[in-house]
Ligand binder design. Structure first.
Ligand SMILES: [Ca+2]
Ligand SMILES: [Ca+2]
Length: 236
């Protein structure tokens, strides 16, 4: 009886050990499963973050395009601010075939200046460097006649950098050749300069806007690090 009891007891112990081992193994499996699950969740989160990041940068780009298009449409039919602060009806112009005159090959002549229209898009600084390397500077629009001439010879659908830059502090615009900004009329487009804060580095460089029809180009302040075509000017 005692031996039976012992036998029974011993058999009960070994079954208990087996159960402990099985429970421990199940526990380990669960922990292993949990870790694997955690790693998978982390991986999924990483992929999600990467996809969201890519989507956000695409969205950023698209918003920029939409904003530019809105500005373009806005400038297409609305009145524009003139130097006197009054509003004027957009001036429609005839396309002009530019002539070389006394200028170097590739440049076109108007009054006492020569102009070069770039065929590639670069940042504002690079554009000014390129003009200086050619003994000129980004175009300085001294008067409305010069702006109208430029408006007649550029491609109407593109933006072009001009020699206008905001240096020292916000709101202090200057011409690259040292011409006093206060001495020249201004042709900011409606609502410009807006130093659009969507751009990380603000908008400190001047350009002329594209438009749907050939008319007097108006100015916009843009992010200097974006790339656009540009216009150089040099004396005859
Ligand atoms: Ca000029
Ligand atoms: Ca702007």
């Amino acid at each position: 009886m005692e031996s039976q009891y012992r036998q029974f007891g011993s058999s009960d112990n070994s079954s208990g050990d087996a159960e402990h081992i099985t429970t421990a193994q199940t526990g380990l499996k669960r922990i292993g499963g949990g870790v694997l699950y955690g790693v998978l969740v982390l991986l999924l989160l990483l992929i999600l973050l990467m996809v969201t990041g890519i989507k956000f940068s695409q969205l950023n780009k698209e918003i920029t395009e939409v904003k530019l298009n809105l500005e373009r449409i806005g400038s297409g039919g609305k009145t524009a601010a003139s130097s006197s602060g009054a509003t004027t009806v957009p001036v429609v112009l005839q396309k002009l075939v530019p002539v070389r005159g006394a200028c170097r090959a590739g440049w076109v002549s108007h009054e006492r200046s020569c102009y070069l229209l770039s065929t590639d898009a670069v940042t504002w600084s690079r554009a000014e460097e390129r003009c200086r390397a050619l003994s000129g500077h980004l175009v300085v629009l001294n008067n409305v006649e010069e702006l109208d001439y430029i408006s007649k010879i550029v491609e109407i659908n593109f933006n072009y950098w001009i020699g206008l830059v905001e240096r020292e502090h916000e709101g202090h615009w200057s011409w690259v050749d040292g011409t006093d900004f206060k001495s020249t009329p201004t042709f900011w487009d409606n609502g410009q300069p807006d130093d659009w804060d969507f751009r990380e580095s603000g908008e400190d460089c001047g350009q002329i806007h594209p438009s749907e029809s050939r008319k007097r180009k108006l100015w916009n302040d843009a992010d200097c690090n974006l790339t656009y075509l540009f216009i150089c000017e040099s004396r005859v």
